[in-house]
Write a protein that binds this ligand. Structure first.
Ligand code: NAD
Length: 586
């Protein structure tokens, strides 16, 4: 059989591809095979594999297909008593049998995403000391400065294409969880594979532990992180500089570094510091922006208008608001409006009221959205005065879109756009039901957390859109890593947003959906990845040369399959193109 080496796992294990199948060559034997999640198939090992791998007798004598294993997992899953138990159960499968874990997730992503990611992952992070079984990912502390490249050498995988890193200071809406924040990069990268098809061995979750200012954790005997206050200033910056440099040196300048859940004070400046130096992005700013803009672009098909016809008012002026506002301005510019004119169409209310020129508490990021206007303290005042066509809630102030505000929006807009993006559900600015009822079904609604469909007294049913970042980052990650892009630009995110909006059908729109169904996410990610690759070549960011003519074929050839690989144990010496054989020859 003709073999092409697709991946070298270690000195002992290699994956070779022949036509559609992947074959595993491994020198591991016995428990080393069954205890290694990348190789373990549990009861799906064939008799021949059991005999040749030295595991015959280490497993019960029956043989299960992956389908039967899936049913067994689902049966177990159903008897778990709460979501945290379900999270721990699924993570246990990830530790034992990786292919099965992803088979389970992809069997019903709609069902499992809220468990391995928001909202359950938030609870899991809060309880990380209790749920902690096996370490997953790399833990780097402020005291490891000067040694980060040595730590990276300890990571067993050599071909890392995507790193997701947090310092745990702003975990979801839960604040500073220190080292417990590791659940976030672990969960995000699981979605890279489940939603985007990026192979899990190519993903590395990283916790940068600089301490925590969370007094509760500092006193918690089960806390697994550094027991001191957060180190800030030059030492913090040096750690980040050393980390980003070490990752790029070890895994290449095209290794994607995703920043996740950093506090406001660091998120913006780290993004602007590294975005033109490394292949990096911040999901809370840029990923959120793309998913929200995709929702707006889909909404424009209902309002039959252009982006620059709109006046948009934000409730909140943090990471999410700034990212979304910048990308909206970019979309308006693309329609031909001058940048200054675009910015004038975007307004923000923060905790001090409407952002206007000359006001106190204006950060560098807020300045472009501070317009000449009298000061106003209340959102409702601003709504009545500015008459926005869209209001976007990203301040985590529950109920901020009051009945009066929604009614005002419905009084001067045929189709008011109302996005209640704050998470979790308890923080939403309004519910889907309030939006649809108070606007008599004319409102265009999207939320950060899922809401059930709403049926109005006249019988019309609306399916609210969930602006989940998982629509964007796995597809962007897949595309960026496939073409070995050097940077992740805002153009890439706008391209992804446009591609996502394009996938929304007329039927979806008629039902109130602004995003494609979540269970189509694998195909959504592939479409986004192809568009991202085209954009990367147009912008001369892609370093994979020559440029592949069939980009979809490239993407599909790289995506992870949850089918078990076949072991080849009787054909040493290894195939001629084996890296081990070649390195022996050298
Ligand atoms: P952040 O801390 O960076 O920003 C919060 C902003 O809210 C700040 O500008 C603050 O001044 C403002 N604010 C606080 N109290 C206010 C008040 N009473 N009135 C008006 N403004 C007030 O946080 P962030 O990263 O921007 O996230 C904000 C919210 O958006 C969170 O709930 C988060 O879960 C949600 N979010 C949703 C998505 C999504 O749906 N895809 C993505 C990212 C963030």
């Amino acid at each position: 059989m003709a073999h092409g080496l697709v991946r070298k796992e270690s000195v002992e294990t290699e994956m070779h591809k022949s036509e559609d199948k992947t074959f595993v060559y491994t020198k591991k034997r016995g428990y080393d095979v069954t205890r290694y999640p990348h190789l373990n198939k549990g009861l799906a090992f064939s008799l021949q594999e059991r005999l040749q791998l030295g595991i015959h007798g280490l497993l019960p004598p029956c043989f299960f297909s992956q389908e039967v294993q899936l049913l067994q997992v689902l049966k177990n899953y159903e008897i778990k008593k709460d979501d945290l138990d379900r999270y721990v159960f699924l993570m246990g499968i990830q530790d034992r049998n990786e292919k099965l874990f992803y088979r389970v997730l992809t069997s019903d992503i709609d069902r499992f995403m809220p468990i391995i990611y928001t909202p359950t992952v938030g609870l899991a992070c809060q309880q990380y000391g209790l749920t902690f079984r096996r370490p997953r990912g790399l833990f780097i502390t402020i005291h490891d400065r000067g040694h980060i490249s040595t730590l990276l050498q300890s990571w067993p995988e050599k071909d890392i294409r995507a790193v997701c890193v947090t310092d745990g200071e702003r975990i979801l809406g839960l604040g500073d969880l220190g080292c417990y924040g590791m659940g976030i990069p672990v969960g995000k990268l699981a979605l890279y594979t489940a939603c985007g098809g990026v192979p899990p061995q190519q993903c590395l979750p990283v916790m940068l532990d600089v301490g925590t200012d969370n007094e509760g954790l500092l006193k918690d005997p089960l806390y697994i992180g550094l027991r001191h206050k957060r180190v800030r200033g030059q030492a913090y910056d040096d750690l980040l500089d050393e980390f980003t440099k070490a990752v790029s040196e070890r895994y290449g300048m095209d290794c994607l570094i995703q920043f996740e859940d950093f506090a406001n004070v660091n998120a913006f400046r780290l993004l602007s510091k590294y975005r033109n130096k490394y292949c990096t992005f911040n999901d809370d700013i840029q990923g959120t922006a793309a998913v929200a803009v995709a929702g707006l672009l889909a909404a424009l098909r209902i309002t039959k208008s252009k982006m620059c016809d709109h006046t948009i008012l934000f409730q909140g002026a943090g990471e999410a608001a700034m990212g979304i506002a910048d990308l909206i301005a970019m979309a308006m510019q693309k329609e031909g409006l001058a940048k200054e004119a675009c910015l004038k169409k975007i307004w923000m209310v923060d905790s001090k009221g409407l952002i206007v020129k000359g006001r106190d508490h204006l950060t560098h990021e807020k300045e472009p959205f501070a317009h000449e206007h009298p000061q106003m303290n209340k959102l409702e005042e601003a709504v009545l005065d500015l008459k926005p066509t869209a209001i976007i809630g990203v301040a985590a102030v529950p109920g901020a879109f009051s009945e009066q505000i929604i009614r005002h929006m419905a009084s001067f807009n045929k189709h008011p756009i109302i996005f209640a993006l704050s998470n979790p559900t308890s923080k939403a600015e309004c519910t889907a039901e309030q939006c649809y009822t108070l606007t008599e079904g004319r409102g265009i609604f999207a939320s950060g957390s899922p809401f059930d469909p709403v049926t109005l007294p006249d019988g019309r049913t609306f399916h609210p859109g969930q602006g989940n970042n998982a629509y964007i980052f796995p597809g962007v990650g897949l595309g960026v890593t496939a073409c070995h892009a050097r940077h992740v630009t805002d153009e890439i995110f706008l391209t992804a947003a446009e591609a996502l909006a394009h996938l929304v059908t007329e039927k979806d729109l008629a039902e109130g959906r602004l995003y494609p169904p979540l269970n189509t996410i694998r195909e959504v990610s592939i479409t986004l990845a192809v568009k991202v690759i085209e954009c990367a070549y147009n912008q001369k960011l892609a370093t994979l040369l020559p440029e592949p003519a069939d980009k979809e074929a490239l993407v599909r050839s790289l995506t992870y399959s949850t089918d078990y690989d076949e072991f080849v144990v009787d054909s040493y010496p290894w195939p001629e193109n084996s890296m081990s054989v070649q390195s022996c020859k050298l």
